[in-house]
Structures are given as C-alpha cells and as structure tokens.
Design a binder for this molecule. Structure first.
Ligand code: ADP
Ligand code: C5P
Ligand code: MG
Length: 196
C-alpha cells in the first residue's frame, strides 16, 4: 500500500448552488476514480446538528445563505482530510469567498492542483434546487436568491482569482450528468496519471 504523504493533492470543485457538484459529479469521481470527496456544505450540515453554540450559528447562516467563518469550515475539512487518509481530495463548495481562500492557504499550506468550475445558468440551477428533495432549510426560493447573490458577489471573485493563475477548468454544467462527466473525467485522470 502506498504511504499517505503529508499534504494531499486537492481539487477545488466550485460552481453555483445546484450546478451539480455534489450529487452527480463528485459522486461519480469517487465511484470511478477513488478520490476522497469532502463537501463543505455537508460537513457544515452535520456540524449544525451538534447542538453546540457553533452548530446553532451554522444552522442560522445556512438558512440565510451566508458564508460561515472559515475557522469552523477549515477545522471540519482538516479533520475529515486526516480521517479520510487519501492522497487526492475533492473539496466541493469551498473556498466560497476570499476569507475561506486565504485562510485555507495559510493554515494548510495547500494550493489546489486545479479548480473544476461547473458553469450553469441561474434559471437551470433554480429549477434543480427547487426540485431537489433533500429536506434542506435553504432550498426555498427566498434563500436560493440570496445564495445566487452570494455566489456572484463572493464566490465568482475566487474563480476569477484562480483563472488568473491558469488553474480553472471550466465545464458547461447545463447538460446531462453523463455529458458533464465526460469532460470531467479526463481532467482528473490526467492528474492521477501525472502523480503516479
Ligand atoms: P450542488 O452540489 O452543485 O449544489 P447538486 O449536485 O446537489 O448541486 O445538484 C442539485 C440537484 O440537481 C440535485 O437534485 C441533482 O440530482 C440535480 N442535478 C445535478 N446535476 C444535474 C444535471 N446535469 N442535470 C439535471 N439535474 C442535475
Ligand atoms: O455547497 P452547499 O450548497 O451544500 O452549501 C450550503 C450552504 O452551506 C451555503 O449556502 C453556506 O451557507 C454554507 N457553506 C459555507 N461555507 C462553505 C460552504 C458552504 O458557509 N465553504
Ligand atoms: Mg452540493
């Protein structure tokens, strides 16, 4: 068995709410390519059930579509990376703003290999979120609109930051899951081949 090196290789998976990051594309990469998938949103949703003061703050921020301070999110990600023990990690839905991005870089010293950016029109994302049956407190039209605004104002600048560094792999996410995956798979396979 290959030893796990100190710093894993990380791919950030970004895109608007409902662009298909988690349920479709990351799930397929885990199944076929064996990476560890960490969804910042999933980790925060599990944490909010902890009943701690932090948990209650997270619950409220998710309901409002706001971005939780990175001290909470990064601790959850670091713990999960350590526990997962994999050399290649998909970090889905993070970094969401400049505070997330710079704190992750300075705390972990990890630079992403590249950023998968699922590009999807808002109208399509809105329809997907309204028909997602996951029982989430934020999948209602009022919060969805707030999340779109947060995405444009705070998360798009992060994608632009990585674009300037030549690290963004933009994928048209307004297609069937299989068509999207056909573009995603060779990018991740390429990374795996180059790190053998
Ligand atoms: P994200 O993690 O980017 O917020 P999800 O992966 O949870 O989005 O997808 C949102 C909803 O849209 C889910 O119900 C999912 O099954 C559906 N979905 C995802 N990708 C596609 C696609 N390419 N075409 C149609 N529906 C999709
Ligand atoms: O990615 P996902 O749609 O699961 O995120 C749901 C919510 O979780 C976001 O709207 C936000 O409130 C919170 N979140 C966050 N910081 C992140 C990722 C998600 O605050 N990096
Ligand atoms: Mg998701």
């Amino acid at each position: 068995m290959q030893a796990v090196k100190a710093k894993p290789q990380v791919i950030f998976v970004l895109g608007g709410p409902g662009s298909g990051k988690g349920t479709q594309q990351c799930a397929k990469m885990v199944e076929e390519l064996g990476l560890l998938h960490l969804s910042a949103g999933d980790l925060l949703r599990a944490h909010m059930k902890s009943g701690t003061p932090d948990g209650n703050m997270v619950a409220e921020m998710i309901k409002q579509g706001q971005i939780v301070p990175s001290r909470v999110t990064i601790s959850l990600l670091e713990e999960a990376m350590l526990k997962g023990g994999k050399q290649q990690v998909l970090i889905d839905g993070f970094p969401r703003n400049e505070e997330n991005r710079s704190a992750f870089e300075s705390q972990t010293g990890i630079e992403p290999e590249f950023v998968l950016f699922f590009d999807c029109p808002e109208a399509v994302m809105e329809q997907r979120l309204l028909s997602r049956q996951a029982g989430r407190t934020d999948d209602n039209i009022e919060t969805i609109r707030k999340r779109f605004k947060v995405f444009v104002d705070s998360s798009m600048p992060i994608i632009n930051f990585y674009e300037q560094k030549g690290k963004v792999r933009k994928i048209n996410a307004d297609r069937s899951p299989d068509e999207v995956y056909a573009d995603v798979q060779p990018l991740v396979r390429g990374l795996q081949a180059s790190s053998l």
